[in-house]
Design a protein around this ligand. Sequence first.
Ligand SMILES: *Cc1c(COP(=O)(O)O)cnc(C)c1O
Length: 231
Amino acid sequence: MSIPERYKKICKCIASACERAGRDPDSVTLLAVSKTWPAETILELYHCGHLIYGENKVQEVEQKRPVLPSDMEWHFIGHLQKNKVRKVLAHCDVIQSVDSLELAQRIDRIAGELETRPKIQLQVNIGDETSKHGFSPDDLSASLPGIRELENVELSGLMAIPPAVDDPEKARAYFRSMEELRRNLEDREGIPLPELSIGMSHDFEVAIEEGSTIVRVGSALFGERIYPAVN
Ligand SMILES: *Cc1c(COP(=O)(O)O)cnc(C)c1O
C-alpha cells in the first residue's frame, strides 16, 4: 500500500472509532510518527495535506525540520536529555515527553530565553515499567503544583506509552486508567489537561474509544521501520 492509501485508511479508522465512541472526529489529532524515515518519505504524506509530525530523537529533528516545509507542526515524543532542551525548542512546537519536574523547569527557563511558549505534556509511566520514562501517577500529583507555576510553557495534557501487548484489547485498561488520571487531576487540582496522547499503530482505535485526543501512528502510516528505534 502507498502512503496516501494508508493515510486514507487510517483517517477512516479514526472516524469509525469516533463514531463508535460517540465522539466528534475533530476531537482526535493524528500525529504522524516519522522517526527513521527520510524527508522524501515524509513529503509524500505532507502532499496528502497532513501537517502534524512526531520524532523521538533530537538529531533526527535537527536534520529533517530545516529541509521540510515550515507549515508543519512538530511534536517531540522521545526521552529528552536536559542538555538537548535548547535544540528541541529550536525545532519543535510541542514536547509530549516531559518526564520530570526538573526537565519542565529547564524547558521553562530556556523557553523564556528564546521567547517562545511551547506546549508541554507530561509523560506517565502507566505500566510502572523500569524500562520506561515518565512520572508515576503519585509523583505527578506532587509535581503538578510546581509545573503549574511555570510561565513559559503551556501545560496541555498527558501522554503515555503503556506496556507492549499483542492484543490491543489488553491495552484498554491502561488507556482507561490514563483518562481517569487526567480527569481526576483536572477535578482535584483544577488544572485543565485537555490533551491525552495515547494509542499507536496497533491500538489507536481502542485508545480513541477510551478518550485519546492524540494518536501517535508510525508504522501503520509509513510501513515497518527499517531499523528499530531505540527509546
Ligand atoms: C515510535 C513511536 C510511536 C509510533 O509507533 P508505531 O507502533 O510505529 O505506530 C508512538 N509513540 C512513541 C513515543 C514512539 O516512540
